[in-house]
Structure formats: structure tokens, C-alpha cells
Ligand binder design. Sequence first.
Ligand code: ZN
Length: 597
Amino acid sequence: MRSPLPLALASLVLLWTAVAGAADAPADVVYRGGRIYTANAGDDIVEALAIRAGRIVYAGSDAGVGRFTGAATRTVDLGGRTAMPGLVDGHMHPLEGGSLLLKCNLNYEALTVTQLQARIQACLDATRSEEPDGWVEVVSWFQQNMLPAGVATSRATLDALATSRPVIVRSSFGHTVLANSRALALARITRDTPDPLGGKIAHDAAGEPTGILEDAAFEVFDTLVPKPTPAQDVAAARAALAALARQGVTTFLDAAAQAESMAAFHAVQHSGGLTARAHFAPPILPPEAGHLDAAIARIVAFRKRYDQGPIVAAPRLTVRNAKLFLDGVIAGPSFTGAMLEPYLVNAGTETEPRWQAGPSRGPAVYFPAPALKAALIGLGRAGIDPHMHADGDRAVHEALDAIEALRSALPGKDIRPAIAHDEIVSPDDFARFARLKAFAVLSLQWGKPASDTVDGLRDYLGPARARILEPSGLLAAQGAAIAYGSDWPVDPLDEWFALKVGVTRTNAADAGPKYAGRLGADPGLTRLQVLRAITIVAARELHADDVSGSLETGKLADLIVLDRDPFTIPAEEIAAIRVLQTVVGGHTVYAAPGFGN
Ligand SMILES: [Zn+2]
């Protein structure tokens, strides 16, 4: 009788050979000759990567990658160029961003009145078939940046255009619309129309509406301008994905996902065009505070319908976040950020100002504290990560209190709560982020001197708070996990400018002397910190770090090749970095003209 041992041994050897053979089987693609920042735990830089079936099978030296090169392996010689993990954007609004790209888009540019008119006329001329009644929506108008500074616009600016169509121009800040006379007439806005609650209709000396409408005053257009069709949503999703691929973004979170957004990206995936990993955070709205069970059930239903399970090489849809708005924005004239101390008001005159505490600390946090705690615990039980909008220090404080309640109700459960924006945080709360394992999701580009951070804001916040505006470095120094989120299209999609500001805390050189220098007392982040914020830390925020966010054996091959090295160029030049190639799951989704592959 034969002993079973040799047989077992023989199959073991066979098995071992098979495994070892797989490990050394030829890769589909090999990158070599590069400076490849891995964003692994040691922040290692390697020379070479091997990719098979969308995954990284080797990260190391050029000498070591040779054994993965077979007859069919494609080799990319990086020629000393830098590569790094694909960018993970932990907070944006991609469907809105994509839809803006398809509209008449002024692209946040500084324009004279004549240039503004010429740009809009060009849009009109390109869509002549929509005369005489089709609405024209002009977007991304940087109203505060018109040339010369302070120049006024009115409906006459738009009435001069060669069109019969109703025209509205939306400011990039989102608080102003300029309408032509046709649009005002269709909205029935006349000299006698009263200001709506929370809105303002500007009038000229003769009492006629100028066409400038603030906040609630332009909500009337929501019902007049036709809603996008599903086909237009799909076109917007495609436009967004193309823009993201060019920037190097391989994973994103839609931070207030409507059903239309999930449906549109799902449709794009169906036709083979999903070129980034799409995460969605459907919102729970403040009126739902009274019936949270139903609200959480709605999020879970979205997950059932759209979440596609484990993240694999081909991009999928993931629904494991929910969005909660806790307040508005600290910027004037809104003052809707919930603050611990009052906003200051000028008790003096314009020439002799005397700033003192006013009556307002902003609104009550949009969810009462007990409801917010119950919401987080309920989401935690359902395995959903809460993603909170909190701009003022009281909103941030109450968000942290709710996370504390979540942690004590569900100790040890792997829930990853995030607090987005954090423009003002009480220094007493800095250390709580690390202690409670709360992610600070920051739009690093906000941390610079600009019209929204300097003009007026220093006055109504007071010097103590203005010093610590946008506290990225201060939070990081206390151990907070800083993830990057662009908040596109609140700002233009420009991840590299944002990373530059994260390091320098300065505006662009052409912003002018008014906005020269650094913002506040915050030390900013190191290059490593900003690069980790937009790769591995944001992947952790999205529960995707087991498969992405760094270039390590076994992870998915999401990577980008850059035209220069963010570690060695002057910090200001980080804004000028261009992506040469974007790869998602081993598949090239963008290549700059001239970058051979
Ligand atoms: Zn947002």
C-alpha cells in the first residue's frame, strides 16, 4: 500500500509551482525608469511597477521588474518621470460640474463687459435653432472679478445681445443671477415685486429691477428653466469623467448625490464609459430629522439599487456614505455658518469702524443635537459612513459631539465619519478629530488670500478667528486625518492648484497685490501631507484603501504619470503640474498628446 504522503507532497509541490508561476507570470504592462511615489506606509519611492489583470503585482527596482517582462508585456519607459497613485477626490459634485461644462461657461475668468457680451453672443450664435424662446443659462461667472474692478452689470448688458431668448447668468459663488429683460418678464419680476424671504431684487434709481437678483430672488428660474433630461444628465456625467481623467482623478465621492446622478453614472458604466471609481453620498435633509428611520432606509435602498459590491479593476458604483448638511457658509453676506461666538458688526462708521460682537452666531445647527446623534448611530448600524457639511466652529463642534456618541454606541465598529469644509474650528476641538477618528475633508484651495477669505471676513470674524481660518496644518499637527475634497464646481476643477495652495497658503501670482502673501497663521501642509490627503487618506475616508490609494502589490493599478516631480520643483510650480497619463485598473483612460503608450 502506497503511503499517502508522497502523493500529498507531490500535489503540494505542484500547487507551489502554480502559485510561484503565477507570481512571476508575465505582466500586461511594466513601468520602469521612473520616480514612482507609492503613498505606502513608508512613503517609499520605487523605480518600477508591474501590472497584471488590472492589479499591481510588483513595485520595486528596475532590476527586480525584469522577471515580469514576457513576450507580450508592454513596457513604458518613464525616462525619469514621476508617477503616483491616481487622485482620490473625497468631496465633489460631479454631475453639477459636468453639466456646467456643457452650458455656456465663462470659466471663472476675469472679463470686461464687452468680453462678457462677446462670450455669451458666441454661445447664442452656436445655438441659433433655439431662437426665439429657448432659455440660455450662462454659468461660472466670476462676478467679483469683472474688469475694471467694481464695474456694474445690468439687464442692459444682456439686452444688448442679438437674441430674443431669455438669458440668465449665474455667478460662480452661487448667490447672484443676472437676468435680461425677457427673463425678468417671464419670471414676472417688475418694479412692484417685493423681495422674497431670503432674497433681494436690485432696483435702479428709477425703481426698475436692474436684473441683479440675490439668493431666493432667483429661485423662480428653477421652475422656468427646463430640468435636464436623463440624456443630458448622461452627457454631463461623461463630460465630468473626461475632465476628471485629464486631472488624474481615478476615484471620487459625489457628496450630495441625487438619484439622477447615480442613474447617469450607471448609464455611462453600462455603455462602457465609466473611467473613475464612483462613490455616492445621498443626502439626508434637515426636515427628515423627525423621521430618521425612513431617511436611513432610503439611503439603504439607494445602496441596494446602485452599490455594486467589492471594488474590482473595472470601475464600479459604491454607495456607502450619506451626506448631512449642518450649516451654510461663514462668508458674508450669508453668515449662515453656525458659530460658537457671534459674528462681529460695525457699530462705528465706514471711515471709523468699530467692530464688536453682534446679535448673531448664525443659524441653529440644521439637525438638533439629539437627532444628529441618532442619525449617526443609525447610519453606523446600517454600515453607512456619515459625511457632514460643517463650515462654522459650532457646526464642527456638534458634528464631533455626534461622532463621540456614535463611537460610544458602536465601539470598535469600522465607521469612517467625515466632516467636510471646517473653515473655522475651535482650537479646543483640533485634537478631537484624531481621538474620534473623524476625517477632516478640506478644499485646500480655500486656504489662500482671496475675495472670499480676506475682503471683509477679517472684520466680521475678528482677528482671533481670522488667524486660524482654513486650519489644515493646525489640524494635521494634532493628528487629524486630512483628506482632500475639491467641492467642484464651487471652484474650477484644478486639483494641482489646490495642492499647491495646501503647501504654500498663497494665491496665484496673477491674483494681484491685494491677495499677496500667506493666509493667516496656519503653517499649511507638507508636500507629503497634501499628496497623502488626495490619495491614501481620501481612499481611507471612502473605505477604499484596501484596494486603492497607494501603489502596492495586490492593489488595483490606479496611477498617474506627471510631467514634473512635485517633490523637487518649487512649491509654487505644483499648480502647473500636468498629467501625462491616467490609468484606472490597469486601463489607460487619459493620455496627453505626445505621451506614447
Ligand atoms: Zn460640497
